[in-house]
Ligand binder design. Structure first.
Ligand code: SF4
Length: 397
């Protein structure tokens, strides 16, 4: 299986890596065909690469703080940002934020339909509404649909297990996958009745098993693009694992068009995790990849130290370079040969491999500087050949 669906441009020039059309890479499944949306210049749908989004944690009405966080998210590789709009002051700040943000801004609206209109008028790239939380929403769907359509603004129907529509909670007893999907599709039908279909959907749950099942069911019943998320996934370690497992299960079936990792951690961390998930599945061009062994009783060098020093020395590397750092001669030469650059260590020395060939043998004390020197040289060559940039990652073998 090769990646063809993710070669389309995102439509926004953020310098983000995408799969070059002439480089076919294996993926686990083709993307599920979906409708295509334009979220402030970022394509969301099966014709575009899976995008990474996050949400600001600042008070939205604090425009400077919010824009500062958006700038940090932009630098981290985020492609779409969402801001909470719980008050009049937040709604009033949207216009200024939209004008100065480097990223498309999605307004996150609960409870107050009037903020949906404020967000649309402010020029937000999309609006997220929660069917469980928007009171008296039904009366105003027609007007919201008309305004959004006139402006070309998509709407995300964001169902969340913690705020499931009471009617469905009574019907199903709890937030089951079926309840989440029924809530989402019911809300979609309200918009469809007014000929509005620029919709993407999320059905989030904090349990990856329920979440995965809900998205699988949803994918069978509609062709809207899907925003993946494990809600309230927890602190960084737990949330990263939960999100990687759940997103991996879905993306490996081709399900999912945009992702948001929810962590009890700074939003930049969410973006790093999201990018790494996509890279791991070949849904995004890999950047610097450090392949290092976990070390064991055979190690003849301090592998952790070596891997950390090489990683630090190559920080910011913007080309897809694979560097193998191996502790001994058991797997070392094999992995080092497979990488663009590698070292197999033993007897106080390191054999340096470039593109599968031993180019030098250096004393242990010179391994790090030699690897960094060679990496820079190879990277210069790659840049000269126009190899696209990617994100750094570390893999252990
Ligand atoms: S390459 Fe494998 S065998 Fe050698 S030190 Fe690393 S983990 Fe141990």
């Amino acid at each position: 299986m090769t990646n063809t669906a993710s070669t389309a441009p995102t439509g926004i020039g953020l310098g983000m890596p995408s799969m070059p059309a002439d480089r076919e890479v294996p993926v686990l499944a083709p993307r599920r065909p979906t409708r295509q949306l334009d979220v402030g210049g970022v394509g969301v749908g099966s014709e575009s690469p899976v995008s990474v989004q996050s949400m600001t944690t600042t008070v939205t009405a604090d425009v400077n703080a919010t824009l500062q966080q958006i700038a940090e998210l932009t630098a981290a590789g985020c492609q779409i940002v969402r801001v909470a709009v719980p008050t009049n002051d937040d709604a009033a700040a949207l216009k200024q934020i939209v004008e100065h943000s480097q990223l498309p801004v999605i307004a996150d609206i609960h409870f107050q339909p009037k903020y949906v209109f404020a967000a649309l008028e402010a020029g937000c790239a999309a609006v997220r509404v929660n069917p469980g939380n928007i009171r008296q929403f039904d009366d105003q769907v027609k007007e919201i649909a008309r305004t959004a359509k006139d402006l070309g603004t998509p709407i995300r129907i964001g169902v969340n297990a913690g705020s499931l529509d009471k009617r469905l909670l009574e019907k199903y007893g709890r937030a089951t996958p079926e309840a989440l999907v029924e809530s989402a599709l019911w809300e979609c039908s309200l918009f469809e009745d007014h000929d509005f279909t620029d919709i993407k959907i999320s059905v989030k749950h904090n349990d990856p098993v329920i979440m995965v099942r809900a998205y699988e069911l949803l994918a069978q019943q509609c062709d809207y693009p899907l925003h993946l998320g494990v809600t309230e996934a927890g602190p960084a370690f737990q949330g990263t694992i939960k999100s990687a497992v759940a997103f991996g299960a879905l993306l490996s079936q081709g399900i999912g068009d945009t992702i948001r990792v929810s962590l009890s951690a700074p939003p930049v961390e969410e973006v790093k995790v999201g990018l790494q998930i996509l890279e791991s599945l070949n849904l995004r061009e890999r950047g610097l990849e450090i392949v290092s062994c976990p070390s064991c009783g055979r190690a003849q060098v301090d592998v952790y130290k070596l891997a950390n020093e090489v990683t630090a020395g190559l920080e910011g590397m913007d080309v897809p370079l694979r560097v193998a750092v191996m502790g001994c001669v058991v797997n070392g030469p094999g992995e080092a040969r497979e990488a663009d650059l590698g070292v197999a260590s033993g007897n106080g020395k390191g054999q340096i491999f470039v593109k599968g060939e031993v180019v030098r043998t250096v004393p242990e004390s010179e391994i790090v500087e030699t690897l960094i020197e060679e990496a820079m040289r190879i990277a210069d060559g790659m840049r000269a050949e126009g190899v696209p940039a990617g994100e750094p990652s570390v893999t252990t073998v």
